[in-house]
Design a protein around this ligand. Structure first.
Ligand code: ZN
Length: 293
C-alpha cells in the first residue's frame, strides 16, 4: 500500500493512505542507504497490525524535490505571505526567501495581505517590484475575504510551503482555507483538529484531496544558502536582460565600470530596493566565504 508521510516525530512516521493513517517505523534499509524518509514523501508501507494501525515504511517512492527548511519533500509551490502594513513588509526577508526557493526551483506565489488598511500607492509599489522580477503577486485582505478565493484556488490539488512573518495574517488565511474545504467535503474535521497543534516538527496539513500545506516555523531571519557570491545574480531574474550591456564578462554589478545592471537601476528599470538587497547579500556571501577558508 502507498501513502504519504504527513508527520514525523521521534522516529515515527505518520502515513496517510486511502485507508486512513498508520503509525510507521522506517526499516533499517534506509540507514544503510543513508536516505531518511521526509515529511511529504510518498512511501510504500507494509501493515504490521491493522487494529493498532501500525506499519513499516519499506520504500520511498522517487522524490521530485526536497527542502531543508522546512524539511519536507514533494513540494509543488511556495506561498509567501507578507502584510502591507503592521507589520510593514521586509524586503530583505522576502528576497532571502525568494533566493532560497529559486535555488530549489520551487515556483513562488507572493501574497500581500491587509490591502484594506494599506496605502494603495504603496501596495501597488510592492506589487510592481515583484511583478517586474517575474513573480505572481496577489494583493488581498484575508480579514475581509477579498482576493482570498484566488489564493484558495491556487492551493487546491497541490502541496504548498507557506511562509511569512508572524502578524502577516497567515493564520487568518489558513483558518479560512480550512473552513472552506471543510464545508466542501465535511469529512475532514478529524484531520483539521490535528492540524491545530502547533509544533516545531514539519508536518503537512491536509486541506482537501491532494491539497496539503506545510507551515514554515520561525520565519524571522533567514540565512542565505551557502554559495559563491558570483552565483547570487542568478536568483535576481530581472537582472538577466541587462547583463549583456555590462562591459565585463562575469560582471558582479557591484563596482565595475559600464555595468548594464547598475545603469538599469539608475534608469528606474530595476527597483532600487532589490538592487540594494543584492549588494547587501553579495557582501554577506563574501564574508561567509572568508570565514570558510
Ligand atoms: Zn554589471
Amino acid at each position: 500500500m502507498t501513502g504519504r508521510i504527513i508527520k514525523g516525530i521521534a522516529g515515527f512516521y505518520y502515513v496517510e493512505t486511502e485507508k486512513g493513517e498508520y503509525e510507521c517505523k522506517a526499516k533499517g534499509i534506509f540507514r544503510k542507504e543513508k536516505m531518511k524518509p521526509l515529511v511529504g514523501d510518498r512511501v510504500e508501507i507494509e501493515v504490521l497490525d491493522e487494529t493498532k494501525r501500525t506499519a513499516n515504511v519499506v520504500r520511498i517512492l522517487p522524490r521530485k524535490n526536497s527542502l531543508i527548511r522546512p524539511a519536507v519533500a514533494g513540494v509543488d509551490q511556495a506561498l509567501v505571505f507578507f502584510a502591507l502594513k503592521s507589520p510593514d513588509p521586509e524586503s530583505g526577508l522576502l528576497d532571502r526567501f525568494l533566493i532560497s526557493m529559486e535555488r530549489q526551483h520551487i515556483p513562488v506565489l507572493i501574497c500581500f495581505n491587509k490591502k484594506d488598511i494599506a496605502d494603495s500607492r504603496e501596495a501597488s509599489h510592492w506589487r510592481d517590484i515583484y511583478v517586474s522580477c517575474g513573480y505572481e503577486v496577489l494583493l488581498i485582505s484575508a480579514e475581509r475575504q477579498e482576493g482570498t478565493e484566488e489564493v484558495i484556488r491556487r492551493l487546491k490539488g497541490r502541496t504548498t510551503v507557506v511562509a511569512g512573518p508572524s502578524g502577516a495574517g497567515k493564520s487568518t488565511l489558513t483558518n479560512l482555507m480550512q473552513s472552506e474545504v471543510h464545508m466542501e467535503t465535511g469529512e475532514l474535521s478529524r484531520k483539521l483538529g490535528r492540524g491545530k497543534n502547533t509544533t516545531r516538527h514539519s508536518q503537512l496539513i491536509a486541506l482537501g484531496e491532494d491539497t496539503y500545506f506545510c507551515d514554515t516555523p520561525g520565519f524571522t531571519s533567514l540565512d542565505l544558502p551557502e554559495m559563491e557570491p558570483e552565483e547570487l545574480q542568478k536568483y535576481f531574474p530581472e537582472f538577466a536582460q541587462y547583463e549583456p550591456n555590462c562591459r565585463f564578462q562575469g560582471c558582479s554589478h557591484i563596482r565595475e565600470p559600464d555595468c548594464g545592471v547598475r545603469e538599469a537601476v539608475e534608469n528606474g528599470k530595476i527597483f532600487q530596493e532589490r538592487y540594494d538587497n543584492y549588494c547587501r547579500f553579495y557582501e554577506e556571501l563574501r564574508e561567509m566565504k572568508k570565514r570558510r577558508y
